[in-house]
Design a protein around this ligand. Structure first.
Ligand SMILES: C[S@@+](CC[C@H](N)C(=O)[O-])C[C@H]1O[C@@H](n2cnc3c(N)ncnc32)[C@H](O)[C@@H]1O
Length: 395
C-alpha cells in the first residue's frame, strides 16, 4: 500500500470513529489543530455536538488571534467539513468520547497515525441535557476573556467565579422560558442598563450558538465608556447583531422587543424599563431589581402595624417586598404571566430577585382586579404612588 493510500485509510477510520460516536451519543468534542497552511490566521477549531431546535448539529468554534467565530452545521455537512479541513488546513485532530481519547495525525508529508487512550473514568457526553445545564455558557468563548471573566486560556479568574455563576444562572433560568415560548427565528432583544455587558453577551451567545436563533440585540446604557468598550468586544467576538447604544432607558426609543431585560438597573430605572416593555408590548420582560429607594420614603403604615418600620433594615426589606410586588402586579394587570424567583444566592449579592413576565393577553385596559390589589397594599402601608404607576395607568 502506498503511503498516501495508507494515510487515507487511517483518516477514513478516524472519521468513522467520530461518526459512530456522534450516532451513539458518546461524542464529547473534537479539536482540529496543528495548522498546515501558514496563510490562514485560524489557530484551531473546537467542535462539539449541540442540540438545537433543528435537531442535533455540530458547533464549530474557530479560534482566530483576536476573536472566535461559531458556526453550526448538520451532522452530514459537519463531517464533510472536517474531512476537508484535514486536507487543507489542519494536520492533527484530538477526539474525545465519553470513554476514549483518540489522537489522529495527518501530516502533509510522512505517515499518518491514529492512537487511542482509554479514560480512567467515563465523562459525560456534551449532548446530554444535564451537561448543557451545567455550563450553558462555554467558558472558552473569547468575549469572556475580553470582559475580564477568564484568562487567555479560557480559565475563569478566581475573583470572577461568582460572576460566571451568575451569568450561567441567569441563562439557566431564562432558557426554559425561551424554549417554551413561540419566538420567531429572528429574536429582537433589548437590554436596559446593559453596563459592562456580561449578561447581554451571554444571552446573545446562548440564543445564537446554543439555541440556533438569529438574535438582534441592543444594549442601552448611560455610560459612553461602557458602550464603546462593549461595541468593540462585540465586533471582535463576531457578534454582528449585538450593539450598544448610549442613552437613557427613559428616553431611548425601542421597537417592539421579543425580550426586554433589565438587570440591576438602579432604583426606579427598573420601573422605567418595565414600563417601556409594557408600552412596547414586549413578549417577555425579565428584570432583576436593584436598590429600592422610592417607596421607602413614603411608607407610613397604619398604627397597628407601625412597628414593622421601626427597625431600619426591616423597613428597607419591607419596602423592597412591596416595591417588587407592585411591579409584578402591574405586569399582571397588563396581561403578563408573572413570576418572582430567587436569582442567585444572597451570598453573592442581596439584589437577587428575578421577575419574569410573559405576555399572555393584551387587555384594552389594565386588569382591575390587580389594580385593586395594588390599592389595598398602598393603603395598608400609607404609600401615595409607586413610580411604575406614574409611567403606566396613572400617566
Ligand atoms: C448595576 S449596573 C448593571 C449592569 C448589567 N445590567 C448587569 O447586570 O451586569 C447598572 C447599569 O445601568 C446603567 N443605568 C442606570 N440607570 C440608567 C438609565 N436610566 N438609563 C440607562 N442606563 C442606566 C448604569 O450606568 C449601569 O451601568
Amino acid at each position: 500500500m502506498s503511503p498516501a493510500t495508507n494515510n487515507q485509510t487511517i483518516k477514513i477510520k478516524f472519521l468513522q470513529t467520530l461518526e459512530s460516536a456522534i450516532k451513539e451519543q458518546t461524542f464529547v468534542s473534537l479539536v482540529l489543530m496543528n495548522k498546515k497552511n501558514s496563510e490562514s490566521d485560524i489557530k484551531k477549531i473546537a467542535i462539539r455536538p449541540v442540540q438545537l431546535k433543528k435537531g442535533l448539529m455540530l458547533s464549530f468554534i474557530s479560534r482566530y488571534p483576536t476573536n472566535d467565530i461559531t458556526k453550526n452545521y448538520t451532522i452530514e455537512i459537519g463531517l464533510k467539513n472536517i474531512s476537508d479541513l484535514f486536507e487543507d488546513t489542519f494536520a492533527q485532530g484530538e477526539l474525545s468520547t465519553v470513554s476514549t481519547e483518540y489522537f489522529f495525525s495527518y501530516p502533509e508529508k510522512g505517515k499518518s497515525k491514529l492512537k487511542q487512550k482509554d479514560r480512567k473514568e467515563f465523562i459525560e457526553a456534551s449532548t446530554t441535557h444535564d451537561h448543557q445545564k451545567n455550563r450553558l455558557i462555554d467558558q472558552s468563548q473569547n468575549y469572556l476573556y475580553a470582559l475580564g471573566v477568564t484568562n487567555e486560556k479560557g480559565k475563569i479568574l478566581k475573583d470572577k467565579q461568582a460572576k460566571y455563576r451568575q451569568i450561567n444562572k441567569f441563562i439557566e433560568i431564562i432558557n426554559p422560558i425561551i424554549e417554551k415560548s413561540s419566538l420567531d427565528n429572528k429574536v429582537n432583544v433589548v437590554d436596559m442598563g446593559s453596563g459592562k455587558g456580561y449578561l447581554s453577551f451571554a444571552l446573545y451567545d446562548h440564543l445564537k450558538n446554543n439555541l440556533g436563533y438569529d438574535p438582534h440585540m441592543t444594549g442601552i446604557e448611560l455610560r459612553p465608556d461602557l458602550v464603546s468598550k462593549c461595541n468593540n468586544i462585540s465586533i471582535n467576538a463576531g457578534f454582528k447583531n449585538l450593539s450598544f447604544k448610549e442613552g437613557s432607558i427613559e428616553t431611548t426609543p425601542i421597537d417592539t422587543p421579543d425580550i426586554l431585560i433589565a438587570l440591576h438597573a438602579c432604583n426606579t430605572a427598573t420601573d422605567d424599563a418595565i414600563a417601556k416593555g409594557i408600552h412596547a408590548k414586549a413578549k417577555m420582560i425579565i428584570c432583576s431589581p436593584c436598590c429600592h429607594k422610592q417607596i421607602r420614603k413614603q411608607m407610613t403604615p397604619a398604627t397597628h402595624v407601625k412597628s414593622i418600620t421601626q427597625f431600619g433594615i426591616l423597613k428597607e426589606r419591607q419596602a423592597e417586598i412591596i416595591t417588587d410586588t407592585i411591579r409584578a402586579l402591574v405586569l399582571k394587570a397588563y396581561g403578563y404571566k408573572t413570576n418572582v424567583m430567587e436569582f442567585i444566592s444572597t451570598d453573592h449579592t442581596p439584589k437577587n430577585l428575578l421577575i419574569t413576565a410573559i405576555k399572555e393577553n393584551d387587555p384594552i385596559q389594565p386588569l382591575q382586579n390587580h389594580l385593586e390589589e395594588i390599592t389595598v397594599l398602598k393603603n395598608f402601608f400609607g404609600i401615595d404612588e409607586h413610580h411604575i404607576e406614574k409611567l403606566t395607568y396613572n400617566n
